[in-house]
Each structure stands twice: as structure tokens, then as C-alpha cells.
Write a protein that binds this ligand. Sequence first.
Ligand SMILES: [Zn+2]
Length: 430
Amino acid sequence: MNSLHTMETDRAWFESELLDRFLRYVRIYTTSDRHSTSRPSTQRQIALCDLLAEELTALGVRDISRYPNGVIIARLAARDSRRATEPQATAAGTCIGFMAHVDTAPDFTGENVNPQVVRDYNGGPIALGATGLSLSPDAYPMLERYHGDTVITTDGTTLLGADDKAGIAEIMTALAWLIAHPEVPHAPLEIIFTTDEEIGKGMDGFPAAESSCRYCYTVDGGDEASIEAECFTAVHATVRFTGYAIHPGQARGKMVNPITMASAFVGMLPQAESPEATDGRFGFYCPVELEANLNEATLYLLIRDFEMSEVERRTAALHAIARAVEAAFPGGTATVESEEQYRNMRDIIAEHPQVMDLLEEALAATGVAAEQHSIRGGTDGSRFTQMGVPTPNIFTGAQNMHSRFEWVGLRAMVRASKTVVNLAQLWAGR
Ligand SMILES: [Zn+2]
């Protein structure tokens, strides 16, 4: 039997459930902190973890594990069509994970989020609270697609947190629907909520041995109908410069200034391969931080590309530039260290074509064709894939993430949630 959801299946229920959950989650302050050394980086993230654990329990989910870094893993046994009225004691079939993160980006404040719900959106500019700012389709043409629909925005003073609380609401709503419909068979499911994704630590200390999903989907993307099986390969490089410090009054012919060396190094990076000069499938170098004095300097850089060969080429270029700087500053040294942060998940996911095939089928049932994009960044799924669990990314509907202009269309949220419901069904018995 095929009971895949179209957009109209229980639509009003999905809309109100999603809106309720989303508005509840975004009001909780969960900004992460890249300078913190604790895990989670901010204790406030636990408030949302607590709420989600309570809500999962209220839904009837009994198997919920919580870990010191805030991670939640909740498990729902498979339901097959023969014994459709009660969950099986032992999970049969391939366990499928759905993952989202509770934190919001430290790039913009996420405290006292006061969302605005615009129903029957009239297609014009939307005033953001009393700030004098507005969200207009001239600047953000994607808004036009939601003319007549419900749009949720900020009041102009904070980010919205649709990244990734829309994803959390979509997963929770899908789960609530499945639990309320015991006649519908589904695969064994694992729901994973992580902390600190926005500071790149979502999978640090992840209790992999406790997770049994074979494949997983992050619900952490953007545009309605976009899905992603590809992300950057990411390298973090550190260049250390040493010079020769001496009183500037007696420095002629002697001083070797590490600040000047670091500046020369940055000057030799090709500007055409910078984030500000690239998009689409082009990668880049990006200097992100410089600590420097007359004795030493440390420069931190990111290298990003979809192709490993290009990442390797740029890493080799950093070493060549270091040699060139040393040659120009006799007596100074420049040393490069680099480490991989995450890797393009494309090749591993491609070995398991069913993961994307079923995702496309799940989405198509809701009435639109999937659009495959490449993430100019990484997700928790990039690292989960590297750990052996192929994990592509599903859209949430979130737009203008990490900013006060962040917004989301309710229709996109319904579609994402139904895609999760459909995937849970499509994986049943496989
Ligand atoms: Zn996110």
C-alpha cells in the first residue's frame, strides 16, 4: 500500500502543529559560543534539549538517551504492515536517522527572539517590528513564491533561528504524525538533536557506538525542495611567522618583522580565489584571524573546495608562499600546518544510491521535483558521513540564515516535514 503524503494530506494539522512547535522553539535562547571551551559551549542550549526530551516523552517515545554534551538520541521501533497496530519489540529493517541542531549561530543575537507571523502574505515589503527595516521581495525574490502563504520573520532585532529550529519542528511534527497513525508502517527511526553545530563542534564526542542508524538525513538546508549530497572539503591552516625583534631605533638591517611577513603572505593569496570573489562550485582561501607582534605572528586560514585535488593544490600553494616570504625576509621563518576539518560527502553517499533515490521519491510525492545543490560549507552530516553513516541534507525552508532578515515560509516547512514522513515509510522493510 502506498500512503505517501501529498501536500494536502492532513495539511491543516501539519500547518498548526509546525507553527506551534516552531514558535515555541525559536523563543528559547540557544546561541552557541565559539570562544567557549565547555561542551556544550553554552549551557542555555540545554533548555531546548530539556523541552525536546519532555515533548518526545509526551509523544510516547520511551527510548530517549541524553549525553553530557547535550546530544539527544531518541529511538522509535519499526512498525510493519502485518502488526501495524503495535510497535515491534525488536526493530526490523534498516534504521534511519533524522538529525537537526538546537543551537543558533553566534554571528547575530538570538536572545529574546520575537517572531512575526504574517498570514496571507500580500507580496509586498514586510516591516520588521519597529526597527524601520523591512523584508522585501525586491531584495529577496524568494519571498514572491510565498504570496498568499504564511511567512514567519523576525522583529528586526534578532536572528530568527529557523536554522535549525525549523528542522527540529519538521522532524518532531513528522514523528508526532507517525505515532498518531499506527496503521502506517515505517522503518526503525533514530532522532538525533545535536548542540554546537554552528561552531563546527556538533559531532565532537558524538556517541557513535550508541547510534544504530545505517543512513541519516540532516534537516538543516535552505530553499524549499533543495537537497544536498555534496559539501565542501575543508582544511584549516595555521601559518606561524618568526622574525627578529630589536629596538626600532637600532633596527636598520637587522629587524625581521613578523607582522610585515604575515601581511606579505596575505598579499600573495590570489584574490580571485577568495570567498568574496567566488560562488557556485568555486573554492577559496580565506584568512580568518591574525595574531601578531614584533616577535611572532600566527595567521589562521580556511581552504574550501568541492574537489580534493583543488584543496591539495591550495594547501601546497600555502607552503610555496611561505617559501617565497622567507626568501623575501632573510632570517625570518614561515611554517605551515594544516588539518582536515570535514570532507565532501559526495563520494560516500554516491556508493549508496538508495539514500538519494528514496529522498527524491519522498519529496516528489509532495508535488515538486528535488533540486540538487552543493553546500558551500559543511553540516553535522558531513562528519557523520565521514564516520560511515551517509547523511545528505534536506531543506528546512529557512532563508537569510544567521541574520535579522532570516525568514521561513510555512509551506516549505510542511513540505519538509512530509518528506520526513514519506522517507520513514519508504525505508520500511528495506
Ligand atoms: Zn544549520
